[in-house]
Design a binder for this molecule. Structure first.
Ligand code: EPZ
Length: 420
């Protein structure tokens, strides 16, 4: 079905149980890692999202044989015989940069256009290049990124900051490089632990160190494996915030709640009841939401930048004045003008947004500026008086399998608008 947008009628408290799709930011590096070595890999609970579809298209062009049945993707990388990704998919998604490390690890050579992704900042790849250079890769940067590594060699990889993608790229290149590699500071996001678990299941030797680094002992080859991707913590966090915004009550079964520690602690400070039970994570927002006097986004385990826009949508109707400072990306407030169209009282400077809570938001015709900004507009529309329409929902489809299906299951009045 070709859709031109979403129509949402606000005012309905979300209620019920919701299962969460597989993690986008775990599945993407794991798929890139499938091209390391010739074994067959079966990735279960792989989310059906556009970024995964684009990644699979890149893998097929490199020579992988891909078979998808339900939520399982089967990858046979024995036929990988190319080192140039090409294609518009590479320029569309940020995670295509991970093919740098994966192709150096497999082919000892890589040629990629500069990666794409949501316009939330400059998103340079200097740390990726610095990390791979420290493993012996040489780079030639014209309009494309060309890298070759006659002989990748394990060693010390120093990062200037705990970049998620640069940590992943260093792991992908080091895992079959002879010798021992120490990456630090290494990003601590759970998605990196999933990548390491997947690779260790193939025979790699990767472990986290006490000092917050990642140690790798290079192995000669990797076998196949079957791996089940964990649930997406950002999708789960989005739905928890949507339930809080609509004063609802939801349950998320079988969810590793420790992955959302910072969000759950914040929700409790906002007056939301959160219970981490054996079977499920339960949220109930039956009281007015309190404002958040000051919050900074931070690398894991801090408050995730990917939930900053969804949180802002909730704070538009909180009691009092909130301040959120975005420390990870330099232009991640692109949802603000759209929220202001709904009556939200928000002022921003380069890094911080001050949100004055108001009693009600007004429905409007909205345009999604990026993936998580689109999710934030959905949360705003769910609590607004009247019906809102959100265009550019293709951004949302990059990370959410079917936000309409999921929120509809929780009672939301939401539908896709079909393309005329
Ligand atoms: C990953 O992006 C995620 N994407 C992002 O999720 C997430 O917001 C981000 O990590 C932070 O958690 C995927 O995993 C596919 P970074 P990544 O390298 O790897 C700067 C979503 O909505 N930087 O940790 O690109 C960079 O500009 C997406 O699902 C450099 O300066 O994040 C940013 O300011 C959005 N040079 C900061 O570091 C570099 O070489 C963090 O970036 C690399 C990064």
């Amino acid at each position: 079905m070709d859709v031109s947008g979403l129509e949402i009628t606000g005012g309905v408290p979300l209620r019920g149980e919701i299962c969460i799709q597989g993690s986008k930011n775990a599945a993407l590096p794991i798929l890139a890692a499938c091209i390391l070595g010739e074994g067959i890999c079966e990735i279960e609970n792989c989310p059906r999202i556009d970024d995964v579809a684009d990644t699979l298209a890149i893998m097929q062009r490199l020579g992988c044989r891909i078979r998808r049945s339900g939520d399982t993707v089967r990858v046979d990388a024995s036929g990988v015989d190319r080192f140039e990704t090409g294609g518009e998919e590479t320029a569309r998604i940020r995670s295509s940069v991970l093919f740098l490390g994966a192709l150096l690890g497999r082919m000892r050579k890589a040629v990629l256009p500069l990666p794409g992704g949501c316009a939330i900042g400059a998103r340079p790849i200097d740390q990726h290049i610095a990390a791979l250079r420290q493993l012996g890769a040489r780079f030639f940067l014209e309009e494309k990124v060309t890298a070759d590594a006659g002989a990748l060699k394990g060693g010390r990889v120093r990062l200037a900051m705990p970049s998620v993608g640069a940590t992943e790229n260093a792991i992908l290149a080091a895992v079959t490089a002879p010798g021992e590699t120490l990456i630090s500071p290494a990003a601590r996001e759970p998605e990196i632990d999933e990548l390491c678990a997947f690779l260790n299941g193939r025979g790699a030797q990767i472990m986290r160190t006490e000092e917050g680094g990642i140690r790798i002992v290079g192995v000669r080859r990797l076998g196949g494996t079957r791996y089940r991707v964990g649930p997406d913590r950002i999708v789960a966090g989005t739905y928890l915030l949507a339930a809080a915004a609509t004063r609802g009550q939801i349950e998320i079964p079988e969810f590793p709640h420790q992955e959302l520690g910072a969000l759950l602690a914040l929700l409790r400070r906002m007056g939301v009841t959160v219970v981490c039970g054996e079977r499920a994570l339960c949220l109930s927002a039956d009281r007015p939401i309190r404002a958040v006097p000051y919050l900074e986004t931070a690398p894991y385990p801090g408050f995730p930048t990917d939930l900053q826009s969804p949180l802002m949508a909730v704070l538009c109707r909180a009691r009092g004045e909130s301040c959120i400072c975005e420390t990870i990306f330099e232009s991640r407030f692109r949802t603000v003008p759209q929220l202001q169209k709904m009556g939200a009282k928000i002022q921003t400077d380069s890094r911080c947004a001050v949100i004055k809570g108001i009693p009600a938001l007004t429905s409007a015709s909205l345009t999604s500026p990026d993936l998580r900004g689109g999710a934030a507009l959905v949360i705003a529309a769910l609590q607004a008086n009247g019906s809102s329409v959100i265009q550019n929902t293709r951004y949302i489809a990059r990370g959410y399998e079917d936000i309409c299906r999921d929120l509809g299951r929780l009672g939301a009045k939401i539908r896709w608008i079909e393309e005329e």
